[in-house]
Design a protein around this ligand. Structure first.
Ligand code: GLC
Length: 500
């Protein structure tokens, strides 16, 4: 393992100098993203030095620990000690062995979300082949809330049927009691390669619940050809502008023979995907984050109400009535078939929409989601997935190795290039090979400056109760069954039960 690791770190492609092109803007958002963490510039070289230095130190300490030996005076003894030393050093640099021939059950990305499932299954199988193990792949449901319900069944029965889980960024408090502490398996130097805010998010009561795998952020997708056709020079800056543009384009497209055409599609079904949209709407209108980082419940405020009323006004006007049943894929299907002017979705939809076989290939772009009015803020919900090893696994060593492989620089780089997903390793953000290739990234460098986290750290193991309260009530608002006013009161009640 160490040899592999050292080789990885010394891979010349990965020792990136700061590319001139990616200077100012990238630095600004990177600084924000890492919470003033040092940029990855030169990080791999440094890490490599650290690795070598640390191993030499262990070697020296180990040698010093040997009892004094008279035989050091004769050449046989000297050679023997040298040989022992060399063997010790070699053992440090040799891949760590776990039994091969083990079967790891991996609940990875969904076969029903774009290409993610197929891709993840393939790389997991690559690992299995390299290590002489077997991976049995379990595709998670497309929906995050349904995924959690399934996982809770495994965890509730302390099941050893799944060894490695792909877990959402917001479930760390929920997953913690069922996870192996990965600090026991990953060295400090390895953990330091990841964004510190992700590691902090995934650390619960000092235990590292999961290793960050990819970062997600909400994006506004828009049709460049249609904006031009209807006389718009730039994507909308506010939700009000978006509604106006969507209305005009929708009317025009319907009048010219496409009755199916929609102005705007998003995720309105009662599930975690709606929670993400709601957090964006409310924050963009200055209405806070439902519960603030000091555990103050803030949802009951006029800006939050205004945000929900605005979203309600889209349903049946610029968005289809049944947007209240849409998750990510339902929205993407409409968008990608060319039947929507705007879509809110995650980065995974970019590569799929840009595929040469996609009807909208070359006709769209992405940008930051609009502000709530001129005085509002841009907001992109912070999402992303992590890899955790089950505390009930009977094959934890091999499972950890699979996690290490999937989160390695090579695989994260491939993930970013092939699926357009954002890596969690700092150094990859200085990798010139990569920066040109994350397809949507050059068009939306300001997205990550505007990420807003859901209140999962403050609610910990109760986050899903809060989120259910939020999405169920807001779904009723969108369906016209509840007023925005009542919804915030209900959500406030749920939130106050969790953080009294
Ligand atoms: C994306 C995000 C995840 C979020 C989910 C909601 O997969 O990465 O954080 O919870 O969408 O559907």
């Amino acid at each position: 393992m160490l040899r592999t690791h050292a080789r990885r770190l010394s891979n010349p492609k990965l020792t990136a100098e700061n590319p001139a092109k990616w200077s100012a803007v990238r630095r600004v958002w990177l600084l924000r993203l890492c919470h003033r963490e040092r940029s990855g510039k030169g990080g791999t070289n440094q890490a490599e030095k650290e690795l070598t230095r640390n191993h030499l130190q262990w070697f020296i300490v180990a040698m010093k620990g040997f009892p004094p030996m008279n035989c050091l005076n004769d050449s046989f003894g000297r050679n023997a000690v040298q040989l022992l030393g060399v063997l010790f050093l070699v053992s440090l640099l040799t891949p760590r062995h776990f039994a091969s021939g083990e079967t790891i059950r991996f609940a990875g990305d969904s076969d029903l979300v774009g290409d993610n499932g197929r891709w993840t299954r393939e790389v997991a199988e690559e690992w299995a082949k390299k290590t002489n193990n077997t991976v049995e792949y379990v595709s998670r449901p497309a929906d995050a809330t349904a995924t959690l319900q399934l996982y809770l069944q495994y965890w509730g029965s302390k099941s050893a049927d799944v060894d490695v889980y792909m877990v959402d960024v917001i479930w760390q408090g929920i997953a913690a009691p069922h996870a192996v502490d990965l600090k026991k398996y990953f060295k400090e130097e390895e953990i330091k390669q990841f964004f510190s805010h992700s590691v902090a998010n995934n650390t619960v009561n000092g235990r590292l619940v999961s290793i960050p795998w990819f970062i997600d952020a909400g994006l506004l997708y828009y049709r460049t050809d249609l904006l031009e056709k209807y006389g718009y020079k730039a994507p909308p800056k506010t939700w009000e502008e978006l509604a106006e543009m969507a209305k005009k384009i929708q009317e025009g497209e319907r009048a010219s023979g496409n009755p199916e055409f929609q102005g705007f599609v998003f995720q309105g079904k009662p599930s975690e995907s709606l929670t993400c949209n709601v957090v964006e709407w409310i924050y963009s209108y200055g209405g806070g984050t439902v519960i603030d980082p000091h555990k103050k419940v803030t949802i009951n405020n006029p800006d939050a109400i205004k945000a929900l009323e605005t979203a309600k006004s889209w349903v049946g006007t610029i968005a289809p009535k049944n947007v209240t049943t849409y998750g990510e894929e339902e929205a993407r299907n409409i968008w990608q078939s060319g039947n929507a002017a705007f879509m809110r979705n995650w980065p995974y939809a970019y590569s799929l929409s840009a595929d040469p076989k996609s009807p909208i290939s070359g006709k769209f772009d992405v940008t930051v989601l609009p502000k709530g009015g001129d005085n509002g803020d841009n907001a992109a919900c912070l999402g992303g997935w992590q890899l955790m090893v089950s505390g009930y696994s009977k094959v934890p060593n091999a499972s950890v190795d699979l996690v290490r492989y999937l989160t390695s620089p090579e695989i994260q780089k491939k993930h970013a290039i092939e699926l357009g997903l954002l890596p969690t390793l700092r150094a990859l953000y200085s990798d010139p090979d990569l920066l040109g290739k994350i397809p949507w990234f050059k068009n939306a460098p300001d997205i990550l400056i505007n990420t807003v986290a859901r209140p999962s750290t403050v609610t910990g193991g109760s986050y899903n109760q809060l989120s259910s309260g939020l999405f169920e009530n807001v779904n009723k608002v969108l369906s016209g069954e509840e007023s925005a006013n009542d919804a915030v009161l209900q959500i406030e009640r749920v939130a106050k039960r969790i953080v009294p």
